[in-house]
Write a protein that binds this ligand. Structure first.
Ligand code: PLP
Length: 458
């Protein structure tokens, strides 16, 4: 389909014969935008190279775990040293408590922690714990928020905030989905109505404090504070899923940035520094209900894996150096300022927003505050923009409903080069527009993008 990348195309054909859809996580297949997926050969700093030897400035960055860039020397060194001492113990080891202390220093609400291997596991653990301590069955989540692929969390509203949940994936029993209530993001009135009706049976409210899985959507002033107050009033556990925002929007995540203290927090991505580690943590009084101290069971053969702990520790240490977080925010701001200018010149309405090292772009005229706004954006143009950028050596998320990521390796020089590539990409689109012909992949992508369910497709 894309003769310019023959090796990638050949690999993907082979992979489709043995891996479902050729991938191990759906979004990597490029189904939302069409075309041959990027097949990575190697990566360093802000760059990723594909099997055909093409180099791309990377704004996917493994979907968040790499705030220092790919293959950072300190992380590589720490992982190699840990590997030489043994790759897994199935027993306690020193780096577990060391990383936990570093996490708690940044997020004081995490008085006690439990490490797991993925964000999915972190959310599942936090939810079971919330149900265990409250003895209540219901949970409340927000439309367009993603908390991994656990059964209870693959649920969004059918229509209207007041309706009870229905499954968003085949294989989730309706009986289970009914225990998940949903409300539109940023809609405190909808939450208030659900709490007044179901509050006594509500175990937890789980939220992405900045949503990053329907594109990037920030919380409106008072939204998270309102959730805190409603949870306090009805006795539900407030869970911040900071798997994406933790250590990225600010050193202490969204909760320290905005000054709202959740009862439990889910972490992942950066906490493992590019290796499989995640965590959940929170008030000691709640966390001690977890096995082996309490009756809520949770366990993992590879939990607290020494290589992952070493990568996480090295990453947090580097991130803690003066100016690193400011640099991430400046990189996002410079990229978005450039894109805003170029898209305005091209006459293309766009809403761009960022916090720290996390950013988003919607082809929409109005600010996007929830899933409805995200879905109303121009996903047809998005697919064309994505492919034009890719052709010019810039790799962005292959879906209109994903956030973007920068790292400390995205220096002003790299960002300037990206903006020059963007200029060429927009010229390419303008030429195609004049010819009135689109890339076949762009056209095919339009239909597919409509079928894409935002927020469940990592
Ligand atoms: C990525 C993500 C998850 C899931 O983490 P996995 O490691 O992919 O299981 C959960 N919540 C949020 C907010 C995420 O961004």
């Amino acid at each position: 389909m894309n003769p310019a990348r023959p090796r990638s195309a050949a690999y993907f054909r082979r992979a489709q014969g043995v891996l479902v859809g050729g991938v191990n996580s759906p979004v990597r297949s490029f189904r939302a935008v069409g075309g041959v997926p990027l097949v990575a050969a190697r990566a360093r700093g802000p760059w990723i190279w594909d099997l055909d030897g093409r180099r791309y400035a990377d704004y996917v960055m493994s979907w968040g775990p790499l705030p220092l860039g790919h293959a950072h020397p300190s992380v590589l060194k720490a992982v190699a040293a840990a590997a030489a001492r043994g790759t897994s113990f199935g027993a306690c080891h020193g780096a577990e408590a060391e990383l936990a202390e570093a996490v708690r220093a940044a997020l004081p609400s995490c008085e006690r922690l439990r490490f797991v291997s993925s964000g999915t596991e972190a959310a599942l653990g936090a939810l079971r714990l919330a149900r265990g301590v409250t003895g209540r069955p219901l949970i409340l989540k927000f439309e367009g928020c993603y908390h991994g692929h656990g059964d209870s969390l693959l649920v969004k509203a059918g229509s209207g905030a007041q309706t009870l949940g229905r499954p968003d994936s085949a294989g989730v029993p309706e009986e289970l989905a009914r225990l998940t209530l949903t409300a539109p993001y940023n809609d405190l009135d909808a939450v208030r109505a659900l709490v007044s009706r179901h509050g006594k049976r509500l175990a937890a409210v789980i939220v992405e404090p900045f949503a990053g899985n329907m594109g990037f959507v920030r919380p409106q002033p008072g939204f998270l504070e309102g959730l805190r107050a409603l949870c306090d009033a009805c006795g539900a556990v407030l869970i911040f899923d900071e798997v994406m925002t933790g250590f990225r929007v600010a050193p202490g995540g969204a909760q320290t940035l905005l000054g709202v203290r959740p009862d439990l927090t889910c972490l992942g991505k950066i906490v493992g520094g590019g290796l499989p580690a995640a965590a959940f943590g929170g008030r000691a009084q709640i966390m001690r209900e977890l096995a082996p101290l309490g009756p809520v069971y949770q366990a993992g053969t590879l939990s607290g894996n020494p290589l992952a702990m070493a990568a996480g520790l090295a990453t947090l240490k580097e991130l803690g150096r003066p100016g690193v977080h400011r640099g991430l925010a400046q990189a996002s701001a410079a990229l978005l300022e450039g894109w805003r200018r170029l898209l305005a010149q091209a006459g293309r309405p766009a809403f761009l927003d960022a916090e720290g090292g996390l950013f988003g772009l919607f082809f929409a005229a109005d600010p996007v505050r929830d899933l409805g706004g995200a879905k109303a954006s121009d996903t047809v143009f998005f697919a064309r923009w994505f492919h034009a950028l890719l052709e010019e050596g810039v790799f962005t998320a292959p879906s209109a409903f994903e956030a973007g990521f920068v790292s400390s390796a995205h220096t002003p020089t790299v960002l300037k080069a990206t903006l020059r590539s963007t200029e060429r990409a927009l010229e390419r689109l303008a030429r195609e527009g004049r010819r009135g012909s689109r890339r076949p992949s762009g056209k095919a992508a339009a239909g597919r993008e409509k079928g894409r369910r935002p927020g469940d497709n990592r």
